[in-house]
Structures are given as C-alpha cells and as structure tokens.
Write a protein that binds this ligand. Structure first.
Ligand code: NI
Length: 177
C-alpha cells in the first residue's frame, strides 16, 4: 500500500495549464497512484473536480466527487474522458482551484453524454443534465488547456489574466524574502 499525497495545484498563468495533455495508453500502477493522489488533493482543497493538468501531469485523468450532505455520490476516477454529445445551454457560475479568487458565469451545454475508462479499464458512459454535466465539461476543458475564464468575453478574460499575473508575481516576490 502506498501513502497518498496532496499535490501542488498550478495556478494561472502557469504555462502547463495551456497544454493539451496526452491520452493514457496503459493503466499502470503509476496511473492509479496519480488518481489516488488527485482525489486526495481534490478533497483537501474542497474541490468537486480536478484534472491532471492542474497538478502538472501530462495525462488525460480526472477525478470528480459532487456529493454533499443531501446528495450522496461516489468518487469518480476517470481515464481519457470525452464528451460524446451535448445538448441545450446553461449559464452557471464557476470557480476553479487554478483560478483563485475569481468566480464568473460560464455558458456550457446543459446536458452531456460522456465516456471514460474506469480504473479497471472498463468503458463507462454517463448521461447527465445536472452538476456532473457541468463539472465534467470544466475538467475536460482543463485537459485541452482551457480554463473557465478563457470562455468569457475578451475584455473580462484580459482583466482576469492581468489580475492573476499580478498575484502570481506577488507570490514569487514573497518567496524571495
Ligand atoms: Ni478548474
């Protein structure tokens, strides 16, 4: 048994967040360990979803757990998730562990059908029109190098990137002290 670890979450403007990460070819023990660590990191950060891109790993891996007190759910560990179909439109407020301090409304499909491989390599298909549909679209965007502020108007996007760059510089300056 290996000990789980909380990983460091990259923040915008880290260039790795712009990268389209690679499909997983083999489900190795390393891949399973990364999924465990991602889940640990997601729970530690109070997130509902995490993409491997956010922890600097070049693999199409996502963890999601949308459960709360009213809605019991389970941890989803997904390998190579992809959207098969999308329908409708819904504007909803989003935030992101890689985009600290910013929340804004994003338009996405209301419902999606998506597939992924589970940790046994079995293909799973899910149809959802609730929070899971929203979160999986956000996480697959990460795997394609897109963060939610990239989906806002050019003006808002520019303002948010400027703010995030300033904050990143401040963090670096603080580390030098
Ligand atoms: Ni995110």
């Amino acid at each position: 048994m290996s000990v789980m670890a909380v990983l460091n979450i990259l923040k915008v403007p880290d260039p790795f967040l712009k990268k389209k990460v690679k499909k997983v070819q083999d489900i190795t023990p390393e891949v399973l360990k990364i999924l465990d660590d991602m889940a640990e990191t997601m729970y530690y950060s109070n997130g509902v979803g995490l993409a491997a891109s956010q922890v600097g790993i070049d693999m199409r891996l996502v963890t999601i757990d949308i459960s709360n007190e009213e809605r019991k759910s389970e941890l989803l560990k997904m390998i190579n998730p992809e959207i098969m179909e999308g329908g409708g439109e819904l504007v909803m407020e989003e935030g992101c562990l890689s985009v600290p301090g910013i929340r804004d409304e994003v338009k996405r499909f209301k419902s999606v059908k998506f597939r992924y491989l589970d940790t046994d390599g079995v293909e799973r298909v899910i149809d959802d029109d609730g929070l899971l549909a929203r979160v999986i679209q956000h996480e697959i965007d990460h795997l394609d190098g897109i963060v939610f502020i990239d989906r806002l108007s050019p003006l808002k996007k520019a303002i948010y990137y400027r703010r995030l760059k300033k904050e990143a510089k401040k963090r670096r300056d603080e580390l030098k002290m």
